[in-house]
Design a protein around this ligand. Structure first.
Ligand code: PHE
Length: 383
């Protein structure tokens, strides 16, 4: 998306680095619609993240508008593709704020993209709600930035405990993505917790998002003879890593976090992933009526597709935001921000959502096992 013709380079610099174009936010409420921005990776190496989130958001929008909207007005979501790139995320969010004048923003999934765009929201005082970015630094950007998911210190602990206590494995290697704030953080949180339990990290290797050949790192890992390999990356690389690891004779499970969750994971990695485990935000096998109802409505709406965690989190994030606008009685960004600080016990598909003083949700995680293209539920871990 190009916006330079609209505000020009100086305007952009002011928007990103300055005190913000406050005048933009002082628009009168538009009479018929409430405008919300959404940014995500609709294309690129993490495309299912943005696409799934968008499906969840769209479902929430349809439901609220069918019920008459909020404050007598319909919700309109303006969606921008950032191609999964941090610079592009910053650009499209700038456009959503300066040109579209949205009241609030939903996104992103990948933490590095949220970290790139959140300062633009903060400086322009537009509330941003990320459905799925789990790196702790995201909400530390400022008091306009919220998330409705758990954070990686918890996710790292969940997988360390599962590896050490449930699998009874004590020697683990790590293979992390140095281009991803999420991967770097989660690798560190796993490592700290695993070592504190008495586990040993026998190797800590890295790659860069977009890489295709992991043989050098995997050969070095194999030489250290770990019982399991922790690979907290995104599904595209994880699928390739699994294949290459099996070819080299690494037989132990690969372990990871929510970044594995995609129907593309199995397409890329196939059988090499059987018996591997990852933590996630919800399980479609959970018999809870909230989840089963969501899964069945989603399937009907999207041609039988099973909603992954991002779809559920996108749906929840949109509904938490709508509820905040309703409670605020206004779509003025400052009023919406204030209402977001008071989210308590909101009953979402992904669990009960309460935002703490850091604007993070505190929620349970699930551990899933990859089994012939399905993700089988293993256990729930409470915060
Ligand atoms: N938690 C990941 C991140 O912060 C994003 C993600 C969330 C990916 C949920 C898949 C499912 O980068």
């Amino acid at each position: 998306m190009r916006f330079s013709s609209h505000i020009g380079t100086l305007g952009l610099a002011a928007l990103i680095f300055g005190t913000g174009l406050t005048a933009c936010n002082k628009k009168a409420d538009s009479p018929n619609e409430i405008l919300i921005g959404e940014y995500g990776s609709l294309t690129g190496g993490t495309a299912t993240f943005g696409q799934s989130t968008h499906k969840g958001v769209s479902m929430a929008v349809e439901e609220i508008n069918a019920a008459g909207g909020i404050l007598g007005r319909k919700i309109k979501v303006i969606t921008e593709d950032d191609q999964g790139k941090p610079e592009e995320a910053q650009t499209v969010v700038t456009k959503l704020i300066s040109k579209d004048r949205v009241s609030a923003i939903l996104g992103e999934v990948a933490s590095s993209n949220s970290l790139a765009a959140a300062p633009v929201c903060q400086q322009n005082r537009i509330p941003m709600v990320t459905p799925a970015s789990t790196n702790p630094k995201v909400t530390q950007i400022g008091d306009y930035v919220f998330r409705i998911c758990f954070i990686d210190p918890f996710q790292g602990l969940v997988m360390a405990k599962f590896t050490f206590n449930s699998l009874k494995m004590k020697k683990v290697a790590i293979l992390r993505d140095i281009k991803s704030d999420y991967s770097m953080g989660l690798a560190d949180f796993f490592k700290q917790n695993f070592m504190a339990m008495g586990g040993e990290i026998v190797s800590d290797e890295s790659y860069s998002q977009g890489d295709k050949d992991f043989n050098a790192q995997l050969t070095s890992i194999k030489g250290k003879n770990p019982e399991a390999v922790f690979v907290p990356g995104y599904y595209t690389e994880v699928g390739l890593i699994a294949r290459q690891a099996r070819k080299l004779g690494i037989t132990g499970p690969l372990m990871g976090g929510d970044g594995w969750d995609s129907d593309k994971l199995w397409e890329i990695g196939g059988e090499a992933l059987n018996g591997c485990f990852f933590s996630n935000h919800y399980s479609v096998n959970d018999p809870s009526p909230a989840i089963q109802n969501f899964v069945s409505v989603f399937r009907t709406k999207y041609g039988g597709e099973t909603p992954d965690a991002m779809a559920a989190l996108g749906y929840d994030a949109a509904k938490v935001l709508f509820d905040a606008i309703r409670r605020a009685g206004s779509d003025k960004p400052d009023s919406v921000r204030m209402a977001l600080t008071q989210v308590q016990g909101y009953s979402g598909v992904t669990g009960s959502i309460t935002l703490n003083e850091n604007r993070d949700a505190v929620k349970p995680a699930v551990v899933l096992e990859v089994k012939d293209g399905k993700f089988a539920f293993k256990e729930t871990v409470a915060p």
